[in-house]
Design a protein around this ligand. Structure first.
Ligand code: SF4
Length: 356
């Protein structure tokens, strides 16, 4: 009999697993706590299971962790980047960022990946440049938080927010992403509230429609990057399949069903989408939405050949949107010394390996 990997099973699935192997279902709750709350993956450390049960588990199951290959801390100490190795030899990236707030200690936001590589090919993105390899399993998605939390545990900081904005397009790995959300949210597991989990999409309409029907309070972020179809298609090829008018219509329906605010991510690219015309059109297409615009100074991806907008232009764009009554923030640039932008570290390591 093939052994079963328990990492990635939800609490309910763990209840069923124990029942199926002839054990009491409450063992599923104990296993949830061991794997997801305490980050334990060795059955011998689960001392509330008797030796007989531990031996039985060893014969039929295992718990697979992702392995930390690199852990880099930015010179500002506000960003940490992780490169994790998977059992099939692939690797993925995750980031944690700290924000000082009024509560005192840093609250941490984890940016996690949902796929190895990405099919979407956005022109400014290092991940998009390296192509798509495979979907991550629910266990591999959730494990990024568990492993990062374990590594930073001595500092007593905690991951409080999760954004699925790392490598990959979450909506194209929908079922595993939803299962991972369940595991991340589970009160006896990682225990991060639904409102503190954000799913970011480049605009996959079927995924947005499905999410609207889930009845869960996760946040939705959409990468927009231009309010004009022609420019957006150049930056994000997916716009040819799901053009802006259709996307905005789907988002309107999403908002009507969920009543939830939508975050619009907008990379500021010099001379491409940072002019007054873009700002005016952006304000127009967002009319009637409860929206937050997050302006992102473009990260430097060598092959893209475009520059970030100047600080002055970014500030001007922000003021324009705010004058139109749309809440707008500017994302702080961080971690440039540790290749913190999506896909950059993985790409660098893969290139180094090729040159060895
Ligand atoms: S920005 Fe996101 S969706 Fe676009 S290629 Fe990169 S990982 Fe994929």
């Amino acid at each position: 009999m093939e052994k079963k990997n328990l990492k990635g099973l939800t609490k309910e699935e763990l209840y069923s697993f124990f029942e199926e192997i002839g054990e009491k279902s409450f063992r599923g709750l104990q296993m949830t706590k061991h794997m997801y709350q305490r980050g334990i993956s060795d059955f011998d450390e689960m001392t509330d299971f008797g030796k007989k049960l531990r031996d039985k588990l060893k014969n039929i199951a295992y718990i697979e962790d992702i392995k930390t290959l690199r852990h880099l801390i930015s010179s500002q100490k506000d960003t940490e980047k992780f490169l994790f190795g998977l059992s099939d030899g692939n690797c993925l990236e995750s980031v944690i960022m700290s924000y000082e707030d009024h509560i005192g200690p840093s609250r941490l936001t984890a940016c996690i990946s949902t796929q190895v590589g990405c099919l979407m090919g956005c022109s400014f993105c290092a991940t998009g440049k390296s192509g798509f390899i495979r979907n991550l399993t629910a266990g591999e998605i959730a494990d990024q938080i568990i492993q990062m939390q374990k590594i930073i545990a001595p500092s007593e900081r905690r991951i409080a927010n999760v954004v699925m904005m790392g490598m990959g397009e979450p909506m194209l790995n929908y079922d595993n992403v939803m299962k991972a959300v369940d595991i991340i949210n589970c009160a006896e597991g990682i225990a991060i509230g639904m409102r503190h989990i954000a799913i970011s999409t480049c605009g996959i309409i079927p995924g947005i429609k499905k999410l609207a029907q889930e009845g869960i309070q996760v946040k939705l972020a959409v990468s927009l990057h231009s309010p004009f179809d022609e420019i957006r298609s150049k930056i994000m090829p997916i716009n040819k399949k799901y053009p802006l008018p259709e996307l905005m219509k789907a988002l309107k329906e999403y908002q009507e069903i969920t009543g939830r605010r939508i975050t619009f991510e907008y990379a500021m690219i010099d001379g491409v989408n940072d002019d007054l015309k873009s700002a005016e059109e952006l304000a127009r297409i967002l009319e009637g939405f409860t929206a937050l615009i997050n302006l992102i100074p473009l990260n430097n991806v060598t092959e893209y050949g475009k520059k970030r907008s100047t600080d002055e232009k970014i500030e001007k764009f922000k003021s324009f949107m705010e004058n139109k009554g749309i809440r707008t923030t500017i994302r702080k640039e961080r971690g440039t010394d540790i290749n913190a932008a999506c896909g950059q570290l993985r790409k660098k390591v893969l290139e180094e390996e090729k040159n060895e």
